[in-house]
Write a protein that binds this ligand. Structure first.
Ligand SMILES: [Zn+2]
Length: 529
């Protein structure tokens, strides 16, 4: 009886709220309508993929979550959070892969189709939280995020308000800008504000729906012809620090919903790869002047971006680290940084380290190398067991352009299973070097990544990590730090890479280029598609 009563009540309530006519437009109205919670979908795929790496990324790498599992990604949508109660949330599919090589067309189509099927099944929607990175490359497809949002629009229609959250290393094409209504990105690199930014995208979406204001009336988009690596544009140092400090105050003005600056992604060769400024809001003059001011400010400081730590060749970096009395001396092995899109299995750096006489004996300076994937090596190490001797090849299964697979011969010091990315991790001691070999590729960013393997990086002389700028835990741990300009799919010396399809002129490639047109372009609202 109770059930029947509830069903009848829901039916009446739905009719009264006009819901049978499709998703509300958030225009407010009578009391019944304001009581109806908006229906908001969640969807998105996140990856940075380098077109300069021979690696390919497959569907499993995205570890796609569907349904309520997706809430675990967003603490600000936890069951008891205020935001969770402000809407009827409909999580569809969210995938997040470590940076890597280009995504296969099959993986992309499969993940997109699954998302679209869920959206078709669960619609209609008042809003959609589109949580992407913005630097996905897919085999044979330009601007995948632009393609994805167009296909989402075809399913959800024009009325649904889409709020996009991005990494500041993502790219904003005109097509992406046109199909989204709200858009924002991180304001810090390293991305300590990632969750805060995603929450801002959700807060803006909720408040535009609840207030009945709907889509912002103006979206200004300004392409800035600058392409710089993330290692030069940290917001911890100038000029990135002051430039990004302008963003929050710009956003907080009356008549502005959000302001954002994208540095863009430097290791993909497509016309969309460049910096962008976007400002959304209802006050046309404010939107225009704010966007133009941010774009001009970025252009003005373009020549001041420098690597955020000293850089040197690997051999100079090792010389310095060995001679130094500051430990741990961290060396970033930048060219193959898997968290920027390197294959992560380039053996060149490890080969150079093991060839150095200083590390040949057990009494040499201690060095941790993190890390090299080698499934065959891991298998042999498991057969040998902890304390056993092992000799097998590792690395260069994907990126063998700079050095072939490397023969590692030493004593197994640790074997750990169960890591989400690595699956199995082995530490092998060779002379005074502890090499971490993984079944699958994994970034080593946290102290616990080392300590769970019985390693103590704080008490180690030299720690070499496949990384660019140091993430906070490593940054806080370092006694000294140098970034080695090593080869790989994310070579930091962009001018060594072979760009063919990016727009020209582009800073820093065309040093004498004229000042570009940095006037605001108004992107059509998604209603006018
Ligand atoms: Zn980023």
């Amino acid at each position: 009886m109770k059930i029947i009563f509830s069903l009848v009540f829901v039916y009446i309530f739905t009719i009264a709220a006009g819901f049978s006519q499709g998703a509300g437009t958030g225009k407010g109205g009578n009391n019944l309508q304001t009581k109806e919670l908006p229906r908001i979908a969640i969807a998105g795929l996140a990856i940075e993929s380098s077109t300069f790496s021979p690696a390919l990324t497959h569907e499993e790498a995205f570890h796609a979550k569907t349904g309520d599992d997706i809430f675990t990604l967003y603490p600000f949508l936890s069951p008891d959070s205020l935001n969770r109660k402000r809407a009827k949330w409909i999580p569809t599919l969210r995938g997040h892969a470590l940076p890597g090589g280009v995504v296969t067309r099959e993986a992309y189509e499969s993940l997109v189709t699954k998302t679209l099927d869920l959206l078709k099944e669960k619609g209609p929607f008042d809003g959609l939280f589109f949580d992407i990175h913005g630097a996905m490359s897919v085999v044979g497809l330009d601007d995948p995020e632009g393609d994805f949002i167009v296909r989402i629009r075809e399913v959800v229609g024009k009325k649904t308000i889409i709020s996009t959250s991005m990494d500041l290393h993502g790219n904003v094409s005109w097509r992406l800008a046109k199909n989204t209504d709200l858009i924002t990105c991180y304001r810090m690199a390293p991305h300590e504000d990632a969750l805060e930014s995603k929450k801002r995208a959700v807060d803006n979406l909720l408040s535009r729906i609840e207030s009945g204001k709907g889509k912002p009336a103006y979206k200004a988009w300004i392409p800035v012809p600058i392409l710089l690596p993330g290692e030069k544009t940290s917001t911890r140092t100038e000029p990135g620090k002051s430039l990004y400090a302008m963003v929050a105050p710009a956003s907080n003005q009356k008549g502005i919903v959000d302001a954002a600056i994208w540095v863009g992604y430097a290791w993909a060769d497509e016309p969309r790869n460049h910096a962008v400024v976007m400002v959304t809001g209802d006050d046309k003059d404010k939107v225009t002047s704010t966007a133009e001011n941010l774009a001009e400010s970025f252009w003005e400081v373009r020549s001041e971006f420098k690597f955020i730590a000293p850089t040197a060749s690997l051999s100079e970096s090792l010389d310095q680290a060995i001679a130094s009395n500051k430990h741990p001396f961290i060396i970033s092995d930048m060219g193959d940084n898997p968290t920027a899109g390197g294959a992560g299995d380039v053996t060149w750096t490890l080969k150079e380290i093991l060839a150095r006489p200083e590390f040949k004996s057990e009494n040499g300076p201690s060095l941790i190398y993190a890390s090299i994937p080698g499934p065959e090596f891991v298998k042999k190490a498991m057969e040998a067991g902890v304390g056993g001797k092992v000799e097998a090849y590792a690395g260069a299964a994907i990126d063998a352009r700079f050095a072939p697979p490397i023969l590692l011969s030493g004593t197994v010091e640790a074997i750990e299973h169960g890591d989400l990315h690595a699956e199995t991790e082995v530490v092998v001691k060779i002379g005074s070097v502890s090499v971490i070999v993984t079944k699958k590729r994994k970034p080593y960013h946290r102290e616990i990544d080392f300590s769970r393997l019985g390693l103590n990086p704080r008490e180690t002389d030299v720690v070499v990590v496949k990384i660019g700028y140091l993430v906070p835990e490593l940054y806080d741990m370092r006694a000294d730090w140098i970034m080695a300009l090593t080869p790989g799919g994310v070579d930091q010396d962009l001018e060594r890479l072979n760009f063919e399809r990016i727009k020209r002129p582009m800073f820093p490639f065309d040093k004498d280029m004229e000042d570009p047109d940095l006037k605001a372009r108004f992107v059509p609202l998604s209603d006018d598609l």
